[in-house]
Design a protein around this ligand. Structure first.
Ligand code: NAP
Ligand code: 8YV
Length: 323
């Protein structure tokens, strides 16, 4: 029994910072995945007041409706497209995410992925290891950062951190988002297709979800052109993956660097077979330091809420009322 204590559901893979972050005032109920959660009895479900959730599991309407007393969903990751915020609004549930603590880490990976893609680091590594350098130098790379203009798709916290790195590398930057970003001096393109015509490189760093679904499509890739490079560190859903594979195969664009995919962890075999792509398994925030900071913020949001304070990082759709 947990009388007087707060029952919290920990939904997703077990993590020491989360598991060890709570005081004795909490009772933790840990479930690794959707399959495990189906074994949770109604008696416990009826007591759950807080949920900690990773991006690897869905907190959708069906899942959340099992918890009639839930007040807060504290989500791991800045993107929260795995949470049904409309349902949370209807139920007066506060949703929190983990912005800022991962911004610089993700921006580092975006720039690293861009350079690795242009300068063919992965191919070069394989070339050296297989002994080819003994016979011949590695061929000059067709791609370079030196003669490019980058069009950022998204100019929020992480987009601006990527743009700062491009500034330092003397690469011109423009951007597309629905509204011009506050206090940002780069040229704003209200239409993605117009920006794609003007640049040769796109870096996607928007949220996922319906408003961005497949926004980088065949038309945008064609506009980017044969020198075109696409870097996606946003969500796989932002890109029409089939159109991208076709564009990489037939030379509509030159290359791509992808950290995210439409149906993770399943990556189309057709992408894996291509030489002009660099593929990362969604690791942009995945260092021990940054992941620990994200886990701590997940816990701190719950501790703040159940300590009677406002949550630290509520998402804009569910501002807490009355705190
Ligand atoms: P943010 O500060 O909220 O920035 C989001 C940017 O996307 C804003 O510029 C926003 O501008 C733009 N945007 C949103 N909806 C759009 C739409 N429909 N069309 C065009 N632009 C749109 O978020 P952030 O902290 O930079 O994070 C951005 C995203 O990066 C996350 O949501 C997540 O999907 C992704 N991410 C991925 C990883 C990874 O591991 N690969 C790690 C962290 C984050 P407007 O609202 O004016 O359109
Ligand atoms: C996490 C992310 O890796 O923050 C995000 O939006 O995509 C990543 O930092 C992801 O949430 C893991 O589930």
């Amino acid at each position: 029994m947990s009388a007087g204590k707060v029952d919290v559901l920990i939904y997703g893979p077990s993590k020491p910072v989360v598991d060890g972050g709570f005081t004795d005032d909490f009772v933790l109920h840990k479930f690794n995945n959707h399959h495990d959660l189906s074994r949770l009895g109604a008696d416990v479900a009826n007591r759950i007041r807080g949920v900690a959730v990773t991006g690897l599991v869905q907190a959708d309407r069906v899942m959340l409706s099992r918890f009639p007393k839930v007040e807060i969903v504290s989500s791991f990751g800045v993107g929260y497209d795995h949470i049904d915020t409309n349902y949370a609004i209807d139920r007066n549930i506060v949703v929190t995410n983990t912005p800022d603590v991962l911004t610089e880490e993700v921006a580092d990976v975006a720039l690293g992925l861009l350079i690795a893609t242009l300068r063919e680091f992965i191919k070069a590594d394989r070339y050296l290891r297989s002994g080819h350098w003994m016979a011949q130098n590695f061929p000059l790379s067709a791609g370079s950062l030196r003669d490019r203009t980058v069009g950022m798709v998204g100019m929020g916290r992480i987009g601006q951190a990527i743009a700062r790195r491009l500034d330092a590398s003397l690469v011109p930057v423009v951007y597309h988002s629905r509204n011009p970003a506050k206090d940002v001096g780069y040229k704003h393109h209200p239409k993605l297709i117009d920006m794609a015509k003007d640049v040769d490189t796109l870096i996607a760093i928007t949220p996922g979800g319906p408003s961005t679904a497949k926004m980088i499509n065949a038309e945008v890739l064609k506009a980017l052109g044969p020198r075109g490079v696409l870097i996606n560190v946003a969500r796989g859903s932002v890109v029409d993956e089939e159109a991208l594979i076709a564009a990489l195969k037939d030379g509509t664009i030159m290359a791509a660097g992808l950290d995210v995919f439409a149906n993770e962890p399943n990556v189309p075999a057709a992408l894996g077979a291509l030489q002009n792509v660099v593929l990362l398994p969604h690791i942009a925030s995945a260092s021990v330091t940054t992941r620990n900071a994200m886990d701590k913020l997940v816990v701190d949001n719950l501790l703040a809420w159940f300590g009677g304070k406002p949550p630290i990082t509520p998402v804009p759709e569910t501002p807490p009322k009355g705190r």
